[in-house]
Write a protein that binds this ligand. Sequence first.
Ligand SMILES: C[S@@+](CC[C@H](N)C(=O)[O-])C[C@H]1O[C@@H](n2cnc3c(N)ncnc32)[C@H](O)[C@@H]1O
Length: 257
Amino acid sequence: MPAPALLALQQATRAHQRAHGCNAHTFEDGEGLWQLVAAHQPRRVLELGTGLGYTACLMALASSEAVVDTLEGDAIHAELARDQIAQLGLQQRVRLHEGSFSVTLPALQLQAGSLDLVFFDGNMPAFVLVQRFHSLLAPGGLLVATFMGPGMSWRIAGEPFDEHRVGMNVLAPGASWDDGGPMVLHAPWWLRTHWGRLFDVVRLQEHGFCAAPGDGHGVITLRRREVSLTAADLERPDPDDPREATALARQCPAPSR
Ligand SMILES: C[S@@+](CC[C@H](N)C(=O)[O-])C[C@H]1O[C@@H](n2cnc3c(N)ncnc32)[C@H](O)[C@@H]1O
């Protein structure tokens, strides 16, 4: 169970996010994350998106030998997080790397199979990043990621969610990570089918992250499967699922006249 000091840090993050209207949305299921980390006891953890340090510190406290490398691009968040990490006495085990993911992640020079847990509650990880996480994880390693699913359809696509029209629909192709990255709407069935070729799905919460039930992002917890697949293998539609064709048709740009 998260310690009172962690709950205070989560409250401080909520207050900071409200005051600044920034993207430091703190992870709401701290209890679930604590239980997962306490049960799995990862030693090598990578987090993309420190915020003010809540989840990085939580993971370090739930797994007493964990070293958490956490990446943060916002200078104010990084400074506040460093203070919080120091207050909890975790400077030796929570290492904050300041800068854009596109710079700090390659700079870490992580080896294949070198991580036990990857945590990403920022913008939706793109397909290529999911493959990268799979290769960085050791056998049995876990990936916890948020995704934009049914609860985000109105907000980013302006229409109700329809699982026959959505598989993996890219709404802002080519947007740089520094501009928030591509906006990708994912159907839970699509994640199970396609990411499920690389990972076993441990848990899939369709919506309710940082929001009321039915609204907001989803959260998926995955365990690495020992497979080696190409991008083509992962993208290949499931011929037995009619939603693949209807979702793909929706994704294709209309022909220009
Ligand atoms: C959802 S918040 C992280 C919240 C934190 N995990 C918690 O539970 O309190 C996402 C963080 O990622 C950072 N971020 C978003 N895109 C980034 C990028 N491309 N490079 C570096 N940091 C980024 C934001 O500044 C923000 O602080």
